[in-house]
Design a binder for this molecule. Structure first.
Ligand SMILES: *[C@@H]1O[C@H](CO)[C@@H](O)[C@H](O)[C@H]1NC(C)=O
Ligand SMILES: *[C@@H]1O[C@H](CO)[C@@H](O)[C@H](O)[C@H]1NC(C)=O
Ligand SMILES: *[C@@H]1O[C@H](CO)[C@@H](O)[C@H](O)[C@H]1NC(C)=O
Length: 150
């Protein structure tokens, strides 16, 4: 039921297809404001911005029940979207969301040849494997739930 409410809020806030889950109350009651900090929702549907909390070193804000989780296990809920759609450094592929990618075939812009990672895998622009099950400290994750429009 709570998940449904969260989804409705997401849909209501959406507006465009390009969004990440920053400033959105997650099922764990936290709304990540960037990779490492968050506000609490206190059961409501909007974050209480009076207090800001920051995860301790090495942990990132996630939708996991314990909120702050090891970066090497789960990508942050929200954060950097700079890498989305970027073909560099190897011009092989670009991540277009947390779990989708597009091939670049040597070009600087991704082509319309796209794919999706298997369930529970993340697109990681730092590895030739494209989709990985666990992120690493060097992972380059595109923090978007829906693919950017190319
Ligand atoms: C996240 O936001 C907090 C609060 O605004 C800020 O202090 C912190 O430097 C930010 N962290 C990053 C990685 O941007
Ligand atoms: C990709 O783009 C090419 C050239 O614009 C077009 O011919 C082709 O139909 C497109 N393929 C898909 C899957 O959209
Ligand atoms: C880029 O190419 C280098 C050299 O071939 C390789 O070591 C590296 O893993 C590649 N990186 C990616 C993201 O594919």
């Amino acid at each position: 039921m709570y998940k449904c409410a969260v989804l409705l809020v997401l849909v209501a806030m959406q507006g465009t297809l390009i969004w990440s889950t920053c400033d959105v109350c997650q099922s764990n009651g936290a709304a990540c404001i960037n990779q490492t900090s968050y506000n609490l929702c206190f059961g409501g549907s909007s974050p209480n911005t009076a207090q800001t909390f920051t995860c301790t070193d090495g942990l990132v804000c996630t939708d996991q029940p314990i909120i702050c989780f090891q970066r090497s296990e789960t990508p942050a809920s929200c954060g950097d979207t700079d890498s989305c759609g970027q073909c560099a450094p190897n011009y092989t592929f670009a991540c277009t969301s947390r779990s989708t990618f597009a091939f670049c075939f040597g070009a600087t812009k991704p082509t319309n040849v796209t794919g999706s990672c298997p369930t529970d895998y993340f697109c990681d622009a730092s590895t030739q494997e494209i989709c990985v099950k666990k992120t690493t400290d060097d992972s380059i994750i595109c923090h978007l739930d829906k693919p950017i429009l190319l």
